[in-house]
Write a protein that binds this ligand. Sequence first.
Ligand code: HH2
Length: 266
Amino acid sequence: MGVINLTPDSFSDGGRYRSGGAIDVRQVADSAAEMVEAGASIVDLGGESTRPGAAPVDEDEECRRVLPVLEALLHLDVVLSVDTAKAGVARRAIDLGAHLINDISGLADPLMLDVLRAGSAGVVLMHMQGKPRTMQKAPRYDNVVDEVRQFLSQRRARCLSAGIAAERICLDPGFGFGKTLAHNLLLLQHLSMFKNGGALMVGLSRKSMIGTITGQPVTGRLGGSIAAALLAVERGADIVRVHDVAATVDALEIWQAVQSVQEDAL
Ligand code: HH2
């Protein structure tokens, strides 16, 4: 999954697609096509930054950022995902043709389930402790792996009992969302415990946990991000949400070749 942030304030690519205050839809379309060419099977469009301390955006502004771009990408042969926690944005995105709603709040909006039930789009249910503005102040868990697993399985059960088929649901432990470095590392170490037959997704790309370990600024986190993506895939992640699609695909191709080579290939 390639990330396209249409925000002015995302932590690593904020403002990238803006010129003179407006979003340059053509430039976004070129980037999305490049990601697809490089091997992305999903493109994720975000209209609200969720970095720690980010200010919330209202529904109309989020739609103004995301919907014209979504419309411009509908011709691409790729799964189009919209990163939103707002049922209103999700509804309008699905009506326009979005295939997947990436809900970082894991159904916090009480209307989200109805919106999902009314359509056929898939959903990513992500775990977050607290809200982006304050989530990194003092994250606390007795057992981070158990608590995040429990949250995700409850939210998944809610979707299932609303009639959303298991194949439409993907779970994500939410790296960096109300978690210390140690919480994030424990989640990655035990990622295979999140496998439950459905799809598992992770977002580790360029995150501050990579910067804390490597001492690199956002612009220098490619190596760390690729290492983290590989560790996640090795532990069962089906989808990795990344900013650097081409380099990640290369790394995963090497991993896959090593996994699949047979003795009789000699
Ligand atoms: N991380 C970010 C945003 N959306 N969605 C899922 N499912 N999982 C993640 O880990 C995840 C996510 C944060 O990264 P980014 O979009 O690059 O930054 P920002 O929130 O500042 O726009």
